[in-house]
Design a binder for this molecule. Structure first.
Ligand SMILES: [Zn+2]
Length: 353
């Protein structure tokens, strides 16, 4: 393992240094891997998983079991990690520009990878960070961006072209749900697939052959625990074993029985009114149309004003908001279903800002 750093110059003064770990595989034909965690700086289950995974990968490397090159940025967003507002971490958007750290990535062809770094010092700090991370990712065949949701099942978010080959991902991690996007957004994992689609096929029959780029949602914000970190580290190892990056029998195999839903089949349950939320269902629950999901209390002490939130269709609750006070329009839950979504979305759009 070798360590290096991404250096980002601050827009005002000084700089950030982001550690990058590089492992060299023994087989140049084996897939190359890129993994990063905490792009949304407050989402830490992936950091904990990598903390457990990196020593296992070092052992594999020293024992000659590492076949493919692996690059890891274990905590990839120091700009977001430094943004504290009245004691709360604001890790999703850059405060200065309100830019989501996981949107607005340059959409380029793979052959133009080197151009990402042209004149980079003159760019805004958040843009420098995004370009460095995308540049690293485009050197790989398997790209894993480790996030988490608010309160959530363990699920992955990936382009539909990768499915069903990516069943090995579900079996390695014990995924509880899979959401399939139609591509075309400017999120990190889709900027990677954009570059692949815009590149030459080379020896591949299709652009996605032998590749994957995904956002892993490692459950919820508070699911940062040693037992889960160890399990997710095993999931990472099992996936790299299945993809011939590390030799040996996969250390985990879980049958996948969860829902697989295109984004147009994810019901976004939004709050019709502001108030205190009393949830009556949680993530993982199966619901039928008309089932009560929650009550919103707009006027405490006057239950006659409570607003019942009902499931619009049958499905599986995948996520739930972490807050217990919501504004009108805030998302309360996402339900994976087999019915077209209640909230039309632009083609290529993400579910949320
Ligand atoms: Zn995230």
């Amino acid at each position: 393992m070798q360590t290096s750093e991404i250096v980002i110059s601050d827009d005002v003064a000084g700089e950030w240094r982001v550690p990058v770990l590089t492992f060299e595989g023994s087989d140049p034909k084996a897939p190359r891997v890129y993994i990063q965690a905490a792009l949304h700086a407050g989402e830490l289950p992936g950091v904990a998983a990598l903390h457990a995974f990196i020593p296992a990968l070092r052992t594999a490397e020293s024992e000659g079991r590492l076949l493919g090159d692996v690059v890891i940025v274990p905590k990839c967003n120091p700009i977001g990690a430094g943004q504290w507002l009245h004691g709360e971490l604001q890790g999703r958007f850059e405060i200065a520009s309100r830019t989501n750290f996981n949107r607005d990535y340059p959409l380029i062809a793979l052959k133009d990878r080197a151009s990402l770094l042209d004149g980079i010092e003159a760019r805004p700090a958040a843009d420098q960070l995004k370009r460095h991370l995308l540049h690293l990712a485009l050197g790989a065949d398997l790209v894993l961006d480790l996030h988490c949701d608010d309160e959530s099942q363990l699920y992955a978010y990936l382009e539909a072209s990768f499915w069903p080959e990516a069943i090995d991902l579900a079996e390695s991690f014990g995924l509880e749900a899979v959401l399939l996007s139609d591509g075309g957004s400017t999120a990190f994992e889709e900027a990677v697939t954009h570059a692949w689609k815009a590149g030459d096929l080379g020896a591949r029959a299709a652009w996605h052959e032998g590749r994957i780029s995904l956002t892993m949602e490692f459950r919820g914000l508070r699911d940062v625990r040693p037992d889960l970190a160890a399990k997710d580290a095993e999931g990472l190892m099992a996936f790299l074993q299945r993809r011939n990056v590390v030799s040996g029998e996969p250390v985990r195999h879980e049958a996948f029985t969860g829902p697989v839903a295109g984004l147009d089949y994810v019901q976004m349950i939004d709050a019709p009114k502001a108030g205190t939320v009393l949830f009556e269902k949680t993530f993982g629950d199966q619901v039928r149309a008309g089932d009560r999901l929650a009550a919103i209390i707009p006027t405490p002490g006057f239950p006659e004003n409570d607003v019942a939130i009902l499931a619009p269709v049958e499905g599986t609750i995948v996520t739930r908001v972490a807050a217990r006070f919501v504004r009108r329009g805030d998302n309360l839950m996402k339900i994976a279903s087999t019915a077209l979504s209640n909230k039309p979305r632009k083609p290529g759009g993400a579910l949320e800002d």
